[in-house]
Write a protein that binds this ligand. Structure first.
Ligand code: GTP
Ligand code: MG
Ligand code: ZN
Length: 314
């Protein structure tokens, strides 16, 4: 029987079969996947074959090739990664200018990782109700930057009542018949947003830590939630850092969308845009066609790769 993995807790996977049944399943035997060293061989979003048994549970016997996936580094294991979800149509990156503060490096790393698999990303700036005038101005500048690169941006208040203009309904038209992954740092409001978008769902949410201005990792596993009108939303655990796995140094430029149109004009075709003479990307940076924050994010990814340091997530 064929099914879709909609949830994974420990060694159990909830598999939704084509007739709509949800069957708790386990992996049969030693299940190794080529290529990726991941802490979870099967991820939410995977299509699998299952063999049911008399107890009403099943074994997963096969996994179909993935169209794409989003991974993060495992925080404690040096060279291992964790697949947040696979086979997605788009990602909403939930960010907050404050409470907690999402860094531009984090945003850019996520965007580059998604670009590598051509997964469209929409930036959702949440908690607009909490921001000061200065923070709102800063946020507008960020939105300007990312919209100019070509990323759609939204400002919302995920916990708003229907009446406010920035409620989550702004996002509803984007969801229909698509598999949408929600990602972002812990505490930015991913689960709160899903609760607002899907009234039949009641995910656990929790206040961020006042002492550290960071989330407390309330969601601990990815879960696919069905949209009554068609499609799925995937809630994921908050991530600290986003690895450079599977990204080749020479390809990195193409994952920074706005660099690409300049890099064509670099003197050397294998230019890394760091020290080479005749570099059109650095010229564009000096002339402010490329933002400094984006260039710094690019360098941070490039250096990661150079030194082969997959250590702690950041
Ligand atoms: N003021 C305000 N608070 C919000 C908003 N959205 C979410 N929150 C609050 O922020 C806190 C964190 O929200 P969660 O939905 O648990 O965050 P999360 O991104 O799912 O966090 P993890 O599961 O830890 O990754 C909760 O106390 C929410 O009520 C918002 O737009 N405005
Ligand atoms: Mg959550
Ligand atoms: Zn260059």
């Amino acid at each position: 029987m064929r099914g879709l993995v909609i949830k994974n807790t420990g060694s159990w996977y909830s598999v939704k079969t084509e007739n709509g049944q949800i069957i708790e399943s386990k992996i049969k035997g030693n299940f190794r996947l080529k290529g990726i060293r991941s802490t979870n061989p099967i991820a939410v979003g995977d299509y699998v074959k299952i063999i049911t048994n008399q107890e009403g549970t099943a074994f997963i016997s096969e996994i179909e090739d993935r169209r794409n996936y989003i991974i993060r580094k495992s925080s404690n294991l040096s060279k291992q990664s964790h697949i947040l979800a696979s086979n997605i149509d788009q990602a909403f990156l939930i960010v907050t200018t404050n409470y907690p503060e999402t860094s531009t490096t984090f945003i850019d790393r996520f965007l580059a990782g998604a670009e590598a698999y051509r997964i469209p990303v929409i930036l959702v700036f949440n908690k607009i109700d909490l921001l000061s005038q200065d923070e709102l101005h800063y946020q507008k500048a960020m939105i300007n930057l990312y919209e100019n690169i070509g990323y759609k941006c939204f400002e919302i208040q995920a916990n708003a009542k229907e009446a406010t203009p920035f409620n989550s309904n702004l996002l509803k038209p984007l969801l229909k018949n698509k598999v949408t992954l929600l990602s972002g740092n812990s505490g930015v409001g991913k689960s709160t947003l899903i609760n607002a978008l899907l009234p039949h769902i009641k995910l656990r949410t929790a206040s961020i830590s006042n002492a550290h201005n960071t989330g407390i990792h309330t969601t601990t596993f990815s879960e696919m939630l069905e949209i009554p009108e068609g499609g799925y939303i995937i809630d994921t655990p908050g991530i600290k850092g986003f690895g450079t796995f599977d990204i080749e140094k020479t390809e990195l430029t193409s994952y920074f969308k706005e660099f690409f149109k300049f890099s064509k004009h670099c003197r050397f075709s294998n230019c890394t845009h760091t020290h080479e003479p005749g570099c059109a990307v650095r010229k564009a940076l000096e002339e402010h066609y490329i933002a400094e924050s984006r260039y710094n994010s690019y360098l941070s990814m490039l250096e990661d790769k150079n030194e082969d340091k997959y250590r702690a997530a950041f």
